[in-house]
Design a protein around this ligand. Structure first.
Ligand code: HEM
Length: 538
């Protein structure tokens, strides 16, 4: 095989940075020639023009001119931290993934983010928060790319460009810079009513977290685990914060946007540097892997649906501690690249059509954002497992590969097809049956229920949380210019709950519409209330 020529760096080992550019005691050019003066350009006499031959001036300014890379197309504003994940071993019977065996310790990097704002936007706006975790496992990297809200706006990735175009600032005026309060957003969610569930979470206190340290995280999609016996289960991933779930009030969130737009970022760094390490417990909701892929009548492939915790308990499987801030924001937080296809043996994807599209999108965007196919070689993205791939060349290639035959089998570089014993520890796609069905652009019928879980969320809130939700809808819809859009959203609220609809309509001074369909009964889920989220006793 080809030797792994990638050397670990400070970012990976926790040691002081030793990257190119910070070696030796002298200031040099990028080529290592010592410099005497970096403050004066080379001129034809003290009052003369600057000479084109000044290679130091040109190198310094040219590099600076190319310092910026594109911000992420979504989740542009982020804050990262290093830490470690310790497994309890409670999932060892469900998956062969070694990092979930008892007492296994795995280094991690987490990036928290807002979704809609640009890189320089404020932290405390009303928005969904990203919660992306890179587990550097001995069997290859596992990326759990989740949010602080357990459902998503859409059911099929083909609509992702549409919802993001609707939710980002208007194309004409670039307003608002970072919030959901505008016509295109409400136009989209009132027309594509599967978005109503995610929207009510945004309008609840979950949309304005107090701290990253007090957020839950959710993998959203259903994943499939496979154990050594080849048995499978379906699971949903949950992060539970040790400090419990807490939010800002709307007034606090607005004031902080002005007074300290870096509020969440500062809070995370300050906590870690003070030794108050943030902690989360990772838990699994576990469902039998039946051909229908449903649980208690809920379609597990529909990312706009949750399974209430009262129906499927979240089983703790390990603990995450964040204990080190990045050394360099650009190198780590900005250059980190998550991908849902980064899966270790024992964890596999399902046919959720949103998940399927995400499997394509992340690497695709990173090819532009990080300029070419070799971004897995950037220090923060390097796996901690040995890498021996057959990928070669490309922009920014760092490895000096040996040998002449990057294909297998080969008879020149001693390349056997694969080492013996691979069946035990290699990634094997779970051989799930694929239905014999005609090609079709359509959703399963079960995806058509857009309101019962919105009602479930609303009915599960405490009185004060309900007040906040009414106030949020009223404020945000009040920012819309188009009456017809507000009216259509009120129609959606009528389909959810008469009281919610009446109160928001009263706040907007608009008529109360009748529900378009019968409002069905739901059993509230106390765990959905922030008050229901507490850290299990030690
Ligand atoms: C970025 C979560 C749906 C495309 C992100 C990030 C998170 C996230 C946390 C930030 C990653 C980071 O910190 O670098 C989610 C969740 C989704 C979802 C939980 C739904 C369950 C989608 C869909 C698509 C998509 C459906 C496209 C079809 C992207 C892209 C980025 C991104 C292109 C930027 C990645 C980069 O530049 O590195 N997403 N996302 N996401 N997401 Fe999603």
């Amino acid at each position: 095989g080809t030797p792994d020529t990638r050397t670990p760096t400070g970012a990976e080992t926790g040691a002081a940075p030793t990257a190119n550019g910070q070696q030796g005691a002298y200031l040099t050019t990028a080529q290592g020639a010592r410099l005497r003066d970096t403050d004066h350009s080379l001129k034809a006499g003290p009052r003369g023009p600057v000479l084109l031959q000044d290679h130091h001036l040109r190198e310094k300014i040219t590099h600076f001119d190319h310092e910026r890379i594109p911000e992420r197309v979504v989740h542009a504003r982020g804050t990262g931290a290093h830490g470690s994940f310790t497994s309890y071993g409670t999932a060892a019977g469900l998956t062969r993934a070694a990092f979930l065996k008892k007492d296994a310790q795995t280094p991690v990097f987490v990036r928290f983010s807002t979704v809609l704002g640009s890189r320089g936007s404020a932290d405390t706006v009303r928005d969904t928060r990203g919660f992306a975790t890179k587990f550097y496992t001995d069997e290859g990297t596992f990326d759990l790319v989740g949010n602080n809200i357990p459902v998503f706006f859409i059911q099929d990735a083909i609509k992702f460009p549409d919802i993001i175009h609707a939710a980002k600032p208007h194309p004409d005026r670039e307003i608002p810079q970072a919030q959901s309060a505008h016509d295109t957003f409400w136009d989209f969610v009132s027309l594509h009513t599967e978005a109503q569930h995610h929207t009510i979470w945004n309008m609840s206190d979950r949309g304005i977290p107090r701290s990253f340290r007090t957020m839950e995280g959710f993998g959203v999609h259903t994943f499939r685990l496979i154990n050594n016996a080849g048995e499978t289960v379906l699971v949903k991933f949950h992060w539970k914060p040790k400090l419990g779930v807490h939010s800002l009030t709307w007034e606090e969130a607005q004031l902080i946007c002005g007074v300290d737009p870096d509020f969440h970022r500062r809070d995370l760094y300050d906590a870690i540097e003070a030794g108050a390490y943030p902690e989360w417990e990772l838990g699994l909701q576990v469902f039998p892997d039946t051909p229908e892929e449903t649980f208690a009548g809920i379609d597990l492939l529909d990312p706009t649906k949750i399974v209430p915790e009262e129906l499927a308990e979240v089983q703790p499987v390990g603990r995450l501690v964040l204990n080190r801030t990045p050394t360099n924001f650009f190198a780590e937080t900005e250059q980190v690249a998550f991908h849902l296809g980064n899966l270790p043996p024992g964890i596999d994807v399902t046919n959720d059509p949103l998940l399927q599209g995400r499997l394509f999108s992340y690497v695709d965007t990173q090819l532009t954002r990080l300029a070419g196919p070799n971004f897995p070689q950037i220090p923060i993205n390097r796996p901690h497992a040995p890498v021996n791939d057959m990928l070669r060349d490309g922009f920014h290639q760092q490895a000096v590969h040996a040998g002449v035959a990057p294909y297998r089998p080969n008879s020149l570089d001693g390349g056997n097809p694969f080492e013996a014993g691979d069946a035990e520890n290699a990634f094997v796609d779970v051989p799930v049956r694929v239905a014999e069905a005609p090609k079709i652009r359509a959703n399963p019928v079960s995806f058509d229920d857009h309101f019962s879980q919105v009602r479930l969320f609303w009915q599960s809130m405490s009185p004060v949380e309900k007040e906040h939700i009414i106030a949020a809808y009223t404020f945000e819809l009040g920012k819309c210019y188009e009456q017809a859009i507000k009216q259509r959203q009120l129609q959606c609220l009528a389909n959810v709950d008469p009281l919610l609809c009446e109160q928001v309509a009263a706040g907007l001074g608009m008529p109360v519409p009748e529900p378009a369909q019968p409002v069905t009964e739901v059993t509230p889920s106390p765990a959905l209330s922030q008050m229901g989220q507490t850290w299990p006793a030690d």
